[in-house]
Ligand binder design. Structure first.
Ligand SMILES: C[S@@+](CC[C@H](N)C(=O)[O-])C[C@H]1O[C@@H](n2cnc3c(N)ncnc32)[C@H](O)[C@@H]1O
Length: 231
């Protein structure tokens, strides 16, 4: 994987539209993608805690081997990746993947320009995947491909923390199709709705590839019980 990528060429069909206050936007057929660069510490508190707990749990089980972490839709400057890489140091390899990456790699970071629905990685490459405010930008015909790709690149026993439909992006049918597909693949899918600091609610999903990591499932259940809004 490349150490450094500084390309900002949009993928086929997209064109950059505006840049304001450091935020670039891109557009395909009228659909706008905001290219944010949120640092990890600003990711909503409970989601951030869940991601950290996920990594901590993985690290406990990793003896003498690095934990491979993937940030799907990491943003133009991949700030969350950088902070995760700094926080966990040499015990992790972090890969940030985005259509529009613009971030220098470091010892334990690779930045990759690719589509979340076509991951350029070998099967069973990652222990942990996270994604913040990115999967909802997929066009719906790519949703199933993204679930298949997450399943393919997770190692057995790996898991993913995603905020896929925090803005009500998935309607009931889409979510049902995706969770049905996940169970056909053998993934275990759990969701919760967390209240954000700004009092808006946010749906968070955790996908486990068997064997299910019981410790992290327990942690997820605890977060759901303590902070989840009961429907
Ligand atoms: C709102 S930003 C969030 C970025 C970062 N996760 C954060 O929280 O700051 C959404 C990101 O998803 C990326 N993105 C959207 N669709 C994508 C796709 N199909 N493949 C790869 N990246 C995509 C965009 O380029 C953008 O950087």
């Amino acid at each position: 994987m490349p150490d450094e990528i500084r390309e900002t060429q949009p993928p086929k069909g997209y064109k950059h539209t505006q840049k304001f206050g450091g935020t670039l936007t891109s557009e395909k057929e009228g659909k706008i993608i905001a290219l944010a660069n949120r640092p990890f510490k600003y990711i909503d508190e409970q989601l951030c805690n869940l991601i950290s707990t996920g990594i901590d749990t993985k690290l406990k089980g990793a003896v003498d081997q690095k934990t491979n972490i993937l940030d799907l839709g990491s943003g133009t400057d991949s700030l969350a990746c950088k902070q995760v890489a700094e926080k966990y140091g040499k015990s992790v390899n972090v890969v940030g993947l985005d259509f529009f990456p613009q971030s220098a790699g470091k010892d334990n970071i690779s930045i990759v320009q690719a589509n979340m629905a076509e991951l350029p990685f070998k099967d069973e490459s990652f222990d942990f995947i996270f994604s913040y405010q990115a999967l909802m930008f997929l066009e719906h015909d790519n949703d199933e491909a993204a679930v298949e790709e997450i399943h393919r690149v997770l190692k057995p026993g790996g898991y993913a923390v995603l905020d896929w439909d925090s803005v009500g992006y998935m309607n009931g049918d889409i979510k049902k199709n995706l969770t049905d597909l996940a169970s056909q693949l053998g993934l275990i899918w759990r969701s919760t709705i967390l209240e954000r600091e700004d009092r808006r609610s946010q749906m968070v999903h955790v996908l486990f590839k068997p064997p299910v990591d019981q410790e992290f499932l327990g942690k997820f259940n605890e977060v759901h019980e303590r902070f989840g809004i009961k429907e």
